[in-house]
Design a protein around this ligand. Structure first.
Ligand code: 9YT
Length: 132
């Protein structure tokens, strides 16, 4: 069994901080679960253009407020605590946080650990692995 604590993980290399967001990756490829599991904070006012061409992702909003727009059809879905969205078609999307949002995110295939978005808003399939 694997047991980890968010507060502890935030003190180490599992925490990645980037522009408009930070994420602590509680499960990664090395854990051999077939997915990775992250607790992500989207900072208030952030607007992120994302396109996970190499991954499927589902996101559950634990707290905060915002919206997600699917670029292909311009639909805007409000996000509040309890909302889940799944990018089942590798949907290009824009994520906006009206109030800081805490999200629980699952990626398939799992992230290695150190990924940040490339120019297309995607994560490459190869990245540095977190060791702790
Ligand atoms: C909400 C969202 O798209 N999160 C993506 C995962 C997070 N940015 C991470 O751990 O990289």
């Amino acid at each position: 069994m694997i047991v980890r604590n968010l507060k502890e993980a935030e003190q180490g290399p599992r925490r990645i901080v980037s522009k408009g967001w930070e994420s602590t990756r509680l499960l990664l490829k090395g854990d051999q679960m077939g997915f990775s599991f992250h607790i992500t904070t989207i900072y208030e006012g952030a607007e992120l253009e994302l396109h996970y061409q190499n991954h499927l992702e589902s996101v559950y909003c634990v707290s905060g407020e915002g919206e997600v727009e699917t670029v292909a059809d311009g639909r805007v879905y409000p996000i509040e605590a309890g909302t889940m969205y799944a990018l089942d078609k590798h949907d290009k999307h824009i994520l906006r946080a009206r109030k800081e949002m805490k999200m629980a995110c699952v990626f398939n295939p799992p992230l290695h650990g150190k990924e940040v978005h490339n120019a297309q808003g995607a994560y490459e399939l190869d990245a540095e692995t977190v060791e702790d």
